[in-house]
Write a protein that binds this ligand. Structure first.
Ligand SMILES: [Zn+2]
Length: 297
């Protein structure tokens, strides 16, 4: 990553946190030979202040560090998240590494035993990789929130998993359950990702620095983050998921009866009795025992 943090004289410093004077001072000392080490990978780094941008450090040489091309938007949002969490009284770090360095969180915040991570994803990321990274946080009891740019496209990548989850364990796999309005199970993009995979996410407009969820087309970053810190977004997602799981259970309970009813209707009423009445029955098809019908397919 293009990091906001670097290690100078054994201490991790956050570039944008320094005053103008401290930053200038560091620049001079660095020019005169003070080593700056990238916090992400331990390789040498330099200081940079892009015009209208956020102060940060960059790799002196291409060290093959993962997100070396982290965008300007990513950097700014990361720093904002960090400041918001701080101002809400959370103990906060940017680019926070796991003790064994198996992950580095964009922003990590902790208070009263609650641990929260915010991850900003501007570039593409496959659902499998997202899930794998999320599991690492869960394994350590950290609640993770993913701010995903190009959210609708990404939610579409998850739609098939949502669908599969909906009909998982069905009596007749692959078959639609009749007489059920599918719209009952339609839900928002963050729920598509959260319900089958347990991954908490929100849509990110990286350029405007706003977020969106199903219920809110545009939320300022600070408003949303404060809700997350209070636990409100978590409860909203959990309530939605619980409601959905209830409906899904009912669907599965009703499925067998509904499928049998459809078979009954198709074979006996529509093709049997109706044709019989119309006088065009062709032998044999009308008197199937019930058992043979339910085993079909
Ligand atoms: Zn690095």
């Amino acid at each position: 990553m293009v990091p906001l943090t670097a290690v100078v004289e054994g201490e991790t410093i956050t570039g944008p946190d320094l005053s103008d004077e401290e930053w200038k001072n560091l620049q001079v000392r660095h020019k005169n030979g003070l080593p700056v080490t990238m916090a992400c990978c331990g390789t040498p780094g330099h200081l940079r202040v892009p015009r209208n941008g956020t102060r940060h450090f960059y790799h002196a040489v291409d060290a093959g560090c993962h997100g070396a091309e982290e965008s300007k938007e990513h950097l700014e949002i990361k720093y904002q998240l960090y400041r918001i969490c701080q101002s809400e009284g959370w103990e906060t770090s940017v680019e926070f590494p796991a003790p064994d360095r198996t992950w580095i969180a964009d922003v990590y915040a902790e208070r009263d035993g609650r641990k929260i991570v915010f991850e900003i994803q501007v570039s593409t990321l496959s659902p499998a990789v997202l899930e794998e990274r999320d599991l690492k946080y869960r394994a350590e009891g950290i609640q993770s929130y993913w701010l995903l740019d190009h959210f609708l496209g990404r939610a579409k990548d998850f739609a098939s998993r949502y669908e599969a989850h909906l009909y998982e364990g069905a009596d007749r796999p692959g078959e639609r359950i009749p007489y059920i309005d599918e719209a009952l199970f339609a839900t928002g993009p963050e729920n598509h990702i959260c319900i089958p995979n347990g991954i908490r996410s929100a849509g990110l407009d990286a350029r405007k620095q706003t977020l969106f969820t199903t219920n809110n087309p545009q939320i300022p970053l600070a408003v949303w983050v404060k809700e997350v810190l209070k636990g409100n977004y978590q409860w909203y997602l959990e309530e939605t998921a619980a409601g959905y799981h209830r409906k899904r259970r009912l669907l599965h309970m009703a499925a067998q009866a509904l499928l049998r009813f459809r078979d009954f209707y198709e074979k006996i009423i529509r093709h049997g009795i109706y044709k019989e009445k119309a006088g065009c029955v062709t032998g044999g098809s009308k008197k199937l025992p019930l058992g043979s019908m339910t085993k079909r397919g």
